[in-house]
Write a protein that binds this ligand. Structure first.
Ligand SMILES: [Zn+2]
Ligand SMILES: [Zn+2]
Length: 240
């Protein structure tokens, strides 16, 4: 079974994302594009994940609970969780590790918490574009057994593991890497042949509705008849 995905989408909770990235807008656009599964990955926070999952279930789109965390090395990592509860527990712990700076919506952008009607029910008060006290290595330990971590946009020249550490650490349990939409997985592997042992994912990192991925990249779920979060994360954990 081929499952078309976009596993890196920001909602209006991320200050740098458009206020139009509401649950209904994002889900409707993803369905329009013919996607089967998306992940909501706001910067350092998961306060909109629950409403997305509830609406996704209603509208027939699988939503993976996620976050895009920023480690103390300023490396962006996508964290995907088997369950909403695991995601929310992780985020509670993660938010206590963040540098505490009040958000300035006029400067950084709004951090909107939304309901199923896309109405604003709150604003996250502290700036989400900060680093955690946790390291890359800590993330793998914290997510062990409850989800999967993937290095985000590894081809990018900032906030990526390659730009900030210079290499993929060999002592962490990583199976998948994400490249941005500015390079194809094939071109990435031509540039970095040593990384062919990893599964290369490509997602949009959408901050605007128009950025959401077309029906281009898919995961193959062996022997599956329905799409489950567990099956998808198990694929990400195993090398192609
Ligand atoms: Zn990022
Ligand atoms: Zn992102």
């Amino acid at each position: 079974m081929k499952v078309y995905y976009d596993l890196h989408i920001h909602s209006a909770l991320s200050p740098c994302a458009s206020d139009d990235m509401t649950p209904n807008n994002v889900i409707n656009m993803s369905l329009l594009k013919g996607l089967n599964v998306i992940a909501i990955t706001d910067h350092n926070c998961a306060k909109n994940v629950e409403v997305f999952m509830m609406l996704g279930e209603r509208k027939g789109l699988t939503i993976i609970p996620g976050m895009e965390v920023q480690t103390k090395e300023e490396v962006h990592m996508l964290c995907y969780f088997y369950t909403l509860d695991a995601c929310l527990a992780f985020q509670d712990m993660w938010e206590r590790s963040l540098t505490r700076i009040p958000n300035r919506p006029d400067y950084f952008g709004n951090q909107l918490i939304l309901d199923e009607n896309d109405d604003v029910v709150g604003e996250y008060p502290l700036l989400l574009l900060t680093s955690s006290a946790y390291s890359v290595k800590d993330v793998f330990q914290l997510i062990n057994g409850i989800g999967v971590a993937v290095f985000a946009h590894v081809d990018r020249s900032s906030y990526s593991v390659l730009s900030n550490l210079g290499f993929i650490p060999s002592d962490v349990p990583i199976s998948s890497l994400e490249v941005s939409k500015y390079i194809s997985p094939k071109d990435f592997l031509t540039k970095y042949p040593n990384y062919s042992k990893y599964r290369i994912l490509q997602s949009s990192d959408a901050h605007y509705l128009g950025d959401i991925m077309e029906r281009e990249n898919y995961l193959e779920l062996e022997n599956a008849v329905t799409i489950s979060i567990k099956d998808i994360l198990d694929v990400l954990k195993n090398v192609a």
